[in-house]
Design a protein around this ligand. Sequence first.
Ligand code: FES
Length: 162
Amino acid sequence: MQTGFDIKENEKGFIELKEYMDSIKNSQGILMQTLHKAQSIFGYLPIEVQKFISEETNIPLAEIYGVATFYTQFSINPKGKHKIGVCLGTACYVRNAQAVLDKLAETLKIKVGATTDDNIFTLEATRCLGCCGLAPVMMIDDEVYGKVDPNSIPEIIDSYRK
Ligand code: FES
């Protein structure tokens, strides 16, 4: 699998991860804790990191891959510089959040859950973001966009490309 992940460039991250793994080696559930830590260090769980964890823990790579792909809090793909989350909670859904999501997918030319080739945007569907009165709602990084009109999407996206 080609991820573009540079082991040399991430050497410090591996050292930090190894120290963390040593600190929890006698506790329960070390795989989940280790994957959480690895994701916080590297931003995602590339195959090179999964192999490292496998070698250090003797847990088969297939098992690690299975856990990393099963839980939605983990990602085996790099995230873009800007994370876009479209709320598909009930209030947003009934106010046409799906059209917002579809327009984003069309504008960015990616599917939900994917990252653009230039690594600038990752598109995700989310649960209620807690501001239902503004439905339909999307977030780009920490910025909340309320009452989103799908037609305004290309302009919003362009503003992040500048
Ligand atoms: S349902 Fe979308 S913010 Fe609550």
